[in-house]
Design a binder for this molecule. Structure first.
Ligand code: NAP
Length: 293
């Protein structure tokens, strides 16, 4: 691994962001519900992320709820002009932590105001509409009502840019008929590649694709083939999983989540991994790909 390779960038929401960002969901308590065990450690992770060059942070006011945004505010407010904070709306938490759809225009307006208040902002850089037709995977269905509501909040100056989460290609097209869409955040990683065609489609349109669960989510990816590749190139499996995503397409922006400064430092070095053609063939085979990415 070389120490010299710079992290590449992508034009996103009026900024040039580094492709290695940070996802803040892991900063809430267990099950993304309630406060974390060690709030100071969470503040430290966020400050370390920004100090290491992260200029794209992903969050939502339904993480906690409110907790993650409040920690971001404590750690980083007043925010640097180059920091892009992306949040999402479309769900609320029940008293026992369940994720409930909240997709009516009044729900969306309330969620935007919750994010503004808890992040301490007058306008949100990017708001992703988290589609909840099926909570776990993209499912067809019109999102006209939701995007029209977000576009109205954009017209009012409360939202600068609009994105989608858990979206199908058809929903992207429908939303683009109502507002400019700057990113799509769906489940995608080395072993979960259902969105291969969407990644390529969005790349051709210059739209960012932001995989959630880039490391596999709550149970990070475990694969002996991945571990063997990692050993071969003197990296860790998590670094290789992130490096594969960086290599996969130039419009992929990473938001790996961690509550640990040590893991953050490890993940930040993923951009330094050199993936040779041989290694890429081995990695593509893990997800059943054809090695032609
Ligand atoms: N739109 C959506 O529906 C949606 C859904 C889920 C997530 N997201 C967003 O996507 C972001 C990323 O997803 P995620 O955080 O759920 O999953 P992830 O990034 O795939 O993985 C996070 C998990 O990996 C562990 N981890 C991180 N770095 C590691 C390392 N170097 N070695 C070993 N373990 C490591 C973390 O534990 P430690 O804390 O111990 O490091 C945590 O358990 C979230 O922060 C959130 O912003 C969006």
């Amino acid at each position: 691994m070389s120490n010299l390779k710079p992290v590449s960038t992508f034009s996103f929401a009026g900024h040039t962001v580094r492709r290695m960002g940070y996802g803040a969901m892991q900063l809430a308590g267990p099950g993304v519900f309630g406060p974390p065990k060690d709030r100071d450690a969470c503040v430290a992770v966020l400050r370390e992320a920004v100090a290491s060059g992260v200029d794209h942070i992903d969050t939502s006011d339904f993480y906690g709820p409110h907790v993650t945004n409040q920690i971001i505010r404590e750690a980083l407010h007043p925010y640097s002009d180059d920091l892009v904070i992306v949040t999402k709306v479309g769900a609320v938490r029940s008293d026992d932590g369940a994720w409930l759809p909240a997709q009516q225009p009044q729900d969306i307006e309330r969620a935007v105001h919750d994010n503004l208040r808890n992040l301490g902002l007058d306008a949100l850089d990017v708001v992703n509409m988290r589609i909840m037709g099926d909570v776990h995977a993209p499912a067809e269905g019109s999102i006209e009502k939701q995007i029209t509501a977000l576009a109205e909040l954009q017209r009012q100056g409360l939202v600068r840019h609009i994105g989608l989460s858990n979206a199908t290609s058809r929903q992207v097209a429908e939303a683009q008929g109502i507002a400019e869409i700057v990113c799509v955040q769906n489940h995608y990683n080395l072993v979960h590649r259902a969105d291969d065609a969407l990644v390529d489609e969005l790349a051709s349109k210059g739209i960012a694709y932001v995989p959630f669960f880039p490391l596999g989510g709550f149970t990070p990816i475990q694969s002996s083939a991945l571990s063997e590749v990692a050993q071969k190139i003197d990296a860790t499996p998590m670094q290789v999983a992130l490096a594969w995503l960086l290599h996969r397409s130039p419009n992929i922006l990473l938001i790996p989540g961690t509550s640990s400064v040590a893991h953050l430092r490890e993940n930040m070095k993923a951009a330094q991994c050199v993936l040779t053609d041989d290694v890429l063939v081995e990695l593509d085979a893990i997800g059943g790909g054809n090695g032609e990415h």
